[in-house]
Ligand binder design. Structure first.
Ligand code: PLP
Length: 410
């Protein structure tokens, strides 16, 4: 047999493994060093108690003949789909039906698997810098073309720079499928209503599909930042929304997320006939997926109880408190900083035009702080680093003191 050659064309993903290797080496050579991890891309607080209780009960359900659950619906249990439709959409005045919601084992799977429902020759647009899954999954599916100077010839790259506040703007070129992430990883910035309206208008004019990754919507606090793309008029005809319980409720190790495919949303077949994407996604899921775990879905459902909501917002507030502190201290010290208000991520420009990796090395050796080099998320991230609010308050405070001391700021 022959392999899928796209895997060989795909460069190794060096970013997180290189950060980890450099950290390991530094700690071996300097066992006395107290390194503070400001690069953590995972939640650190435990699962909210409401979900823990619900999952204990769900495990007991599995122990009795009358309450045992075997294969569940591939689309997810109605109890969770209804809780989401009510708790994440109806309660905010947004029209999303339970039968448009597909439960999964996480957003990353859905973002990668959605490529099954659009054509292999689709022109894909991605933000630079951006979450690497959008690019790599589409390259594996054969949509990359040739890799020239680190860029795939068939992609439309949406450069994010200080000029646009690191928020991608609609391109002049045509794109069939556009991946948007708000609040964004790695930059921490989020679209305002009018910025998102411009994207919906572009997608309507170009008959494009927007795949809207709102894994961080629980971190939104600003009034002018939409939680869902469906808050924008006309978005139901052009957008799929992907969400996750990972960063919201700490489910990174439990695995649960969901994807919304509105009933009106269509693509064109070879004969130019309109085909509902919900039908295709349903077919894809029923063929290749057998549903998320009953126990985990019960845990996710409990996040929508009064108790669950309160516990989720306590955890999110803790991370947001760290992120705000980083943003404020770094800004006060004169750094150019993005994100950190509706997001756990803070995107920081090198003070002296230094590139991302040299700055990473210097922070590690001079201040014992680890960060994520921005260039690892795309060329436009060169000269930036990503800091995160996932460490403890105490460590975050100490990290800020060290950085400010290191740069002799105040
Ligand atoms: C963490 C993350 C995800 C993945 O979420 P899972 O549900 O854990 O798979 C998706 N998108 C972005 C931007 C993320 O940062």
């Amino acid at each position: 047999m022959k392999i899928n050659d796209n895997f060989e064309a795909l460069p190794e993903s060096y970013l997180f493994s290189t950060v980890a290797a450099k950290l390991r080496q530094y700690r071996e050579e300097h066992p006395e060093a107290d390194v503070i991890r400001m690069d953590i891309g995972d939640v650190t607080l435990p699962i909210p108690d409401a979900a823990i209780k619900a999952m204990h009960k769900a495990v007991d359900d599995m122990a009795a003949k009358t309450t045992f659950h075997g294969y569940g619906p591939e689309q997810g249990y109605d109890f969770l789909r209804n809780a989401i439709a009510q708790g994440d959409y109806a309660s905010r005045g947004v029209n999303v039906n339970a039968d448009e919601i597909f439960i999964s084992d996480g957003a990353k799977s859905d973002l990668g698997n959605l490529g099954d429902i659009y054509s292999e020759d689709s022109i894909v647009a991605v933000a630079d810098p951006g979450y690497p899954v959008y690019v790599d999954a589409n390259v594996i599916d054969g949509r990359g073309g040739k890799l020239v100077d680190g860029k795939w010839s068939n992609f439309v790259y949406l450069p994010c720079t200080p000029a646009n506040g690191f928020k991608p703007v609609p391109p002049v070129e045509h794109a069939d499928v556009i991946f948007l992430c708000s609040p964004a990883n790695p930059t921490g910035v989020s679209f305002t209503r009018s910025e998102l309206e411009a994207w919906v208008a572009y997608a309507r004019a170009n008959k494009s599909l927007i795949i809207y990754d709102s894994a961080y919507c629980a971190y939104i606090t600003s009034g002018d930042v939409p939680h869902s793309i469906y808050e924008i008029e006309g978005a139901r005809e052009v957008a799929i929304e992907v969400r996750s319980f990972s960063k919201t409720a700490g489910f990174t190790g439990l695995r649960c997320g969901y994807t919304v495919v509105p009933a009106e949303l269509c693509g064109e077949d070879a004969e130019g006939r309109e085909v509902p994407l919900r039908k295709l996604w349903n077919r894809r899921q029923t063929t290749k997926f057998n549903g998320a775990s009953y126990v985990i879905q019960r845990g996710a459902e409990a996040l929508y109880s009064a108790e669950g909501k309160e516990q989720v917002s306590e955890n999110v507030d803790y991370y947001l408190g760290n992120a705000r502190m980083i943003r404020d201290k770094m800004t006060e010290a004169g750094f150019e900083v993005y994100g950190g208000d509706n997001s756990p991520y803070i995107w920081v420009k090198s003070p002296d035009g230094e590139e991302s990796w040299p700055l990473f090395e210097r922070l590690l050796t001079e201040a014992n702080i680890s960060c994520t080099p921005g260039v690892g998320f795309g060329d436009a991230g060169q000269g930036y680093i990503r800091l995160t609010g996932f460490n403890t308050r105490e460590n975050t405070e100490e990290a800020m003191r060290r950085i400010i001391r290191m740069f002799n700021k105040k």
